[in-house]
Write a protein that binds this ligand. Structure first.
Ligand SMILES: Cc1ncc(COP(=O)(O)O)c(C=O)c1O
Length: 432
């Protein structure tokens, strides 16, 4: 694989763009164009994209219908700072699609939207603490940066994980306001809620933990969380930044039939144009209305090109056909990967949901962060290198997630599987 031009760009700009990247979740490989399921880097390498803009690209790169609406919006000249019919219509689509969306307000990024939802939950309950899942990622701000991917050796026992700050630069006392539990463990959640019952404002969680690869809720788990939230009168917030629109037109809450009090959407909402939304119960959302007790601001909220993209994108997502196709593709990837691993006697699994997936080198059931952490990281790394060298744009980090878009074809799926074959061959001979 040629990388000369990317290396030159890194040399030229690495001193002025910190680390040569604008987000720490990227690598310094520079791209020049994308179309459908494909991307091309500056060295003319062509890839089938399996990172899909961290989950944002659901329809495929450069979807013509989305782009046409964006171009129309740009030509109208409105940008930010005022509302339009489009910013109302896009919100109505969310209201119609998402079970918990009695009311809707836009923001720009997932992080921001989660912050706003937490403000509303705190204002409503008059309480400060939140509960999050160990391993869960909800953005880069203070409370979200507790126990993201902690080293279990420093994070307490599995049945009573302790909050760990995941980055420097956030307030050290943040961890006093964030309690950490394990996904799929209702007993631990109940113990925490009971122990801190007068202090907890909200439970914040992804319905499927894509930020540990892909961890599915066990049957009855989400229903149990809903019941506990009701019993202890805390606000249940689903972070649907990744699950949103992929698991069903109404997100994980529709797929699993569990309706949170508030939820947050971003990424696939506008096929990659920057937009996020906070949605939820009317009595909660109303706190943030103009003149209400919670400030809800943002120059770029509902900016015109993003809401135009969202309106076009959501129109295509609302009947469920896209989601069905995504599910079929990742189901096939999972079945075929499993067969190929088994033939080679490799303990590995490809877990998927709604067109997103991750490969884990273990045959243990992945039910929470600690199980995901304990997989064979070295084998993942070797697999990753082989897959990317065979033209599939893949994530280096073993706890990240992958996905496909509606633009991926059957041929793309076959090519991904043949790259997986090469990766599994490398893994088979690893260490020999
Ligand atoms: C589940 C989840 N929540 C929140 C965020 C933060 O979103 P953003 O990167 O748009 O701030 C992410 C980003 O990856 C995410 O995966």
């Amino acid at each position: 694989m040629k990388t000369k031009r990317s290396q030159l760009l890194l040399q030229e700009y690495g001193e002025i763009v910190t680390g040569g990247v604008h987000s720490n979740f990227r690598v310094p490989r520079y791209f020049k164009k994308a179309h459908g399921s494909r991307m091309w880097d500056v060295d003319d390498n062509e890839y089938i994209d399996c990172t899909v803009n961290n989950g944002a690209c659901i329809l495929g790169h450069g979807d013509p219908d989305v782009n046409a609406e964006v171009i129309k919006a740009v030509k109208k000249g409105l940008t930010v700072g005022v509302e339009s019919e489009m910013s109302m219509k896009a919100a109505r689509l969310l209201h119609e699609m998402i079970p918990s969306a009695e009311q809707v307000r836009f923001a720009n990024s997932g992080s921001e939207a989660v912050m706003k939802a937490l403000m509303i939950a705190r204002a409503f309950t008059g309480k400060e603490k939140i509960i999050k899942m160990e391993g869960g990622y909800h953005g880069w701000f203070d409370e979200a940066q507790v126990s993201v991917h902690p080293d279990p050796a420093t994070a307490g026992p599995a049945n009573a994980p302790e909050p760990v700050l995941s980055t420097a630069g956030i307030r050290r006392n943040t961890k006093h306001n964030v309690l950490v539990t394990s996904f799929n463990d209702l007993g631990l959640l109940e113990r925490l809620l009971a122990a801190y019952k007068d202090e907890i404002a909200a439970i914040l969680m992804e319905p499927v933990m894509f930020n540990c690869g892909c961890i599915l809720p066990k049957p009855g788990y989400l229903e149990g969380v809903r019941q506990l939230a009701d019993k202890f009168k805390v606000i249940l917030i689903f972070d649907e930044v990744v699950t949103g629109f992929r698991l069903a037109p109404g997100g994980g809450q529709e797929r699993f039939g569990v309706v949170p009090d508030m939820s947050v959407f971003a990424k696939a909402i506008a096929n990659g144009y920057p937009l996020a939304a906070v949605v939820g119960r009317k009595d909660l959302m109303e706190l943030s209305r103009p003149g209400g007790s919670v400030l809800y601001g943002g120059t770029y909220n509902g900016q015109q090109s993003a809401v135009a993209a969202a309106a076009a994108c959501l129109e295509k997502l609302k009947d469920g056909r896209v989601q069905q196709r995504l599910e079929e593709m990742t189901q096939k990837l999972s079945e075929e990967f499993q067969k190929r691993a088994k033939i080679r006697n490799i303990h590995a699994q490809l877990i998927h949901c709604g067109g997103q997936f991750q490969v884990f080198f273990t045959d243990h059931e992945i039910k929470d962060y600690r199980m995901a952490f304990s997989v064979d990281q070295r084998l993942y790394h070797e697999f990753f290198h082989a897959v990317i060298d065979n033209g599939i744009w893949f994530n280096k980090h073993y706890l990240f997630h992958h996905g496909v878009t509606y633009a991926h074809s059957d041929e793309d799926i076959s090519l991904i599987l043949s790259a997986f074959d090469k990766g599994l061959e490398v893994v088979k001979h690893s260490g020999k």
